[in-house]
Design a protein around this ligand. Structure first.
Ligand code: LMR
Length: 340
């Protein structure tokens, strides 16, 4: 015979059991449907969505979401919508965004060796640059950010840089005298323009069009694709095809975020990144050619391509940069680039 006390006790035990079971089944699911909570990956960048970087970021989103069956939710923010050049690095360090892909040289404050891509006429062609990126020296550079809590995941490409300006055709080093150019970041790039007799000012990418338009600077250096997608031809009169340096990207994540993933999740992430990287490099090549055609077709800029003879004069004028920056950038990286 169950007395009143036993009944009460049974009732309490049953209530507790139901509560425990409910909590256990609910687990970490925010929606309460038995699914695992989504892992949000914010990917912010500064260029247009139609660029190789913009398209590859979207490809990565598609690949990782598909591979993980929707476990990852990759959110891509293009065109400095969320953060500009400086802020995106700060936000990655704070783990407020999980992926960024800055232009290599913009990492100068974290490691000056990243200015390697600015060393004048260092890489002969894209293939040599890719061999460097994918070789031992490229991996070492990527890994060099780990003490800052940043993990390098991949090298993405854009291509070689060319000069544009609003004042005159630039065919020889002396044509640069007295002009002012926008740079992405300090050091090598400032000294590059100084060696040509020009001034420079560092500006965030999102500020360049307006600075060219209102004459804050007379010119800038960039890839065909950035010149085209940022519509610089509307505010510049002359383009010199010079191929004097490179503009490529490193895709970076926050180490704490990375370590919060399981080995299986890290593998999916790496696989998606490797596929997006192959896609990005192919696209960089295709879109560079398409952008050059657009620039030509626009008829808005006078185009001059440096001859081998012209190039020799630029190489000579810029040679002092190798003496000044050899040690800072790292002779081992410069040699590895040359031998790639
Ligand atoms: C620039 O600032 O000119 C470039 O680094 C922008 C970019 O990300 O391609």
């Amino acid at each position: 015979m169950i007395n009143r006390f036993t009944k009460l006790l049974l009732c309490v035990l049953l209530t507790v059991a139901v509560a425990v079971a409910t909590t256990a089944c609910g687990g970490s699911n925010a929606q309460g449907g038995g699914d695992q909570e989504k892992i949000v990956v914010k990917f912010t960048h500064v260029v247009a969505e139609s660029t190789p970087k913009g398209q590859a970021a979207l490809k990565f989103e598609e690949l990782l979401e598909e591979k993980s069956g929707g476990l990852f939710d990759v959110q891509v923010y293009p065109s400095s919508q969320l953060y500009g050049d400086k802020e995106e690095q700060e936000q990655l360090l704070a783990n407020n965004v999980q992926l960024i892909a800055p232009s290599v040289t913009k990492l100068v404050t974290l490691n000056p060796s990243f200015q390697l891509v600015d060393m004048p006429f260092l890489f002969k062609d894209d293939a040599q640059a890719y061999r460097f990126f994918d070789g031992e020296a490229g991996k070492k550079l990527l890994n060099s950010l780990e003490p800052h809590g940043i993990l390098g995941l991949a090298w993405w490409a854009n291509g070689t840089k060319h000069f544009t300006n609003s004042k005159r055709p630039l065919k020889a080093p002396e044509d640069f005298k007295g002009l002012k150019f926008r740079t992405q970041s300090g050091g090598v790039l400032d000294d590059q323009f100084k060696a040509l007799g020009a001034g420079s000012q560092t500006l965030a990418f999102s500020e360049v069009y307006q600075a060219l338009d209102n004459g804050t600077v007379d010119g800038q250096e960039n890839t065909f694709n950035n010149i085209d997608t940022q519509k610089y031809v509307e505010v510049q009169k002359y383009l010199t095809i010079s191929n004097h340096g490179r503009l490529d990207y490193v895709v970076l994540t926050n180490t704490k975020f990375w370590n919060s993933l399981t080995p299986e999740q890290q593998e999916m992430f790496s696989e998606a990144m490797a596929e997006a990287t192959a896609y990005e490099r192919q696209l960089a090549d295709e879109l560079s050619a398409a952008s050059f055609e657009n620039i030509k077709q626009s008829g808005k800029v006078e185009i001059y391509e440096l001859t081998e003879e012209d190039k020799a004069k630029f190489i000579e004028a810029l040679q002092p940069l190798y003496e000044k920056y050899g040690a800072e950038v790292g002779q081992e990286y410069i040699d590895a680039a040359r031998n790639s």
